[in-house]
Write a protein that binds this ligand. Structure first.
Ligand SMILES: Cc1cc2nc3c(=O)[nH]c(=O)nc-3n(C[C@H](O)[C@H](O)[C@H](O)COP(=O)(O)OP(=O)(O)OC[C@H]3O[C@@H](n4cnc5c(N)ncnc54)[C@H](O)[C@@H]3O)c2cc1C
Length: 93
């Protein structure tokens, strides 16, 4: 596990969730890489549904994806958190 590349996807939105699910199924499942998702929230909801939630015609809780449950099913780790910056570490060759 320690020697594996660690792929971290920040943001489990429409793009990030599809990416991390695919990476988890392809690499995480076969232990070819450690795959993680970091998101500021615990759940994902497809934004085009938001107007229905706002209008009260759709129950958000029954249409959202829980990141922890989804991560377990698709072989990646989930970390609740908000990215606030990046630090570049340059190693001499
Ligand atoms: C009301 C509404 C209706 C829409 N309708 C349509 C439609 O009909 N058709 C269509 O094609 N598109 C539609 N869109 C646009 C579509 O939803 C976006 O293009 C799409 O969601 C963008 O995907 P994304 O992965 O880039 O970001 P998002 O889906 O916005 O996801 C970003 C994720 O990153 C997380 N995040 C943000 N900042 C941080 C941080 N610093 N650290 C950790 N996590 C962070 C957020 O919590 C979120 O989960 C609509 C958008 C809205 C708001």
């Amino acid at each position: 596990m320690e020697n594996l590349h660690h792929i971290v996807v920040v943001g489990g939105g429409a793009g990030g969730l599809e990416l991390v699910t695919s990476l988890g199924n392809k690499l995480g499942k076969k232990h070819k890489a450690r795959v993680s998702l970091v998101d500021a929230g615990l759940t994902h909801i497809w934004k085009p549904l938001l107007h229905e939630v706002a209008a009260g015609s759709l129950d958000a809780s029954s249409n959202e994806i829980n990141y922890r449950a989804h991560a377990r099913k698709h072989h990646f780790e989930f970390q609740l958190g908000r990215l606030s910056g990046l630090i570049a570490v340059i190693k001499p060759l």
